[in-house]
Design a protein. Structure first.
Length: 260
């Protein structure tokens, strides 16, 4: 492999390869108004109404979270490092007539103007970070005083009773648990990346919160009440996959940039 081809490059290319089918998967796109309402409730609870405030959706992918923020009245920028994802996002925004700015950039080194955003939101990004301390310092710099960061993420690595049950069911009756029948190139790439990121053992809420405090954030709080979202997602998943989602260590972390 090219010595100049970094882990960040591999992560970018992995998600680029998934861009065409990204919106077909539960947990990426939103498939019901009930789930959309649950996401809106989460954002309103921690961010408040948009009212024209500036929001940055980090690792925006196809723009799912960007559109939620836009619908709440935020002036939204979606940032992603994958041109394939950005193409999907821009096409979606054009179809919906949504005035969302999409830009290419590394979420760990955004090149956005410091102090220019009222809120930052990330969904399922933190577990992939190579250097979360550097990323969190960058995000802190992008916020205006009093600005808020909302992280929605989880530990998708640690073994659980439900995961062991799924493996057993899949071994006895292949396909019944909704698990992939055999490893493929994409799955192998995912696992290779996961072994090398900072949270290779799983992104736990307390560790994320601790790193946020270390990098300057204040009023850091963990919200584990994501059940309304997971309950709606489970309706579009095989039974065991829905059960796994409901029992995983998933959470939101909200943090504030101090006003002084």
């Amino acid at each position: 492999m090219n010595a100049n081809y970094t882990l960040r490059d591999e992560i970018r290319d992995y998600w680029s390869a998934r861009a065409a089918t990204f919106d077909e998967q539960v947990g990426h796109e939103i498939f019901s108004e009930a789930e959309r309402d649950a996401w809106r409730d989460l954002f309103l609870r921690h961010l408040g109404p948009g009212e024209g405030r500036r929001a940055l959706d980090l690792a925006s992918g196809t723009g799912v979270i960007s559109h939620l923020l836009h619908g709440l009245g935020f002036s939204v920028t979606g940032l992603d490092w994958s041109e394939a994802m950005l193409n999907q996002a821009r096409a979606k925004a054009a179809r919906r007539g949504a005035d969302i700015r999409f830009v290419m950039g590394d979420a760990e080194r955004t090149l956005e103007q410091p102090g220019s955003y009222d809120v930052l939101v990330t969904r399922h990004l933190v577990w992939t970070l190579v250097d979360p301390k550097a990323a969190f310092r960058e995000w802190h710099s992008l916020l205006k005083p009093g600005g808020r960061l909302l992280i929605v993420d989880g530990d998708f690595v640690s073994d659980t009773l439900i995961k062991r049950m799924i493996r057993l069911v899949e071994k006895l009756v292949p396909g019944l648990a909704g698990a992939p029948h055999a490893p493929n190139a994409m799955r192998e790439t995912h696992e290779r990346i996961l072994r090398r990121v900072y949270f290779s053992k799983g992104a736990r809420a307390q560790e994320v919160a601790s790193l946020l405090r270390e990098t300057g954030f204040a009023q850091v709080a963990i919200d584990r009440n994501l059940k309304p979202i997971h309950r709606e997602q489970a309706k579009n998943l095989p039974f065991f996959k829905g059960l796994e989602r409901a029992t995983q260590h998933r959470y939101a972390v909200v943090a504030v940039k101090a006003s002084t």
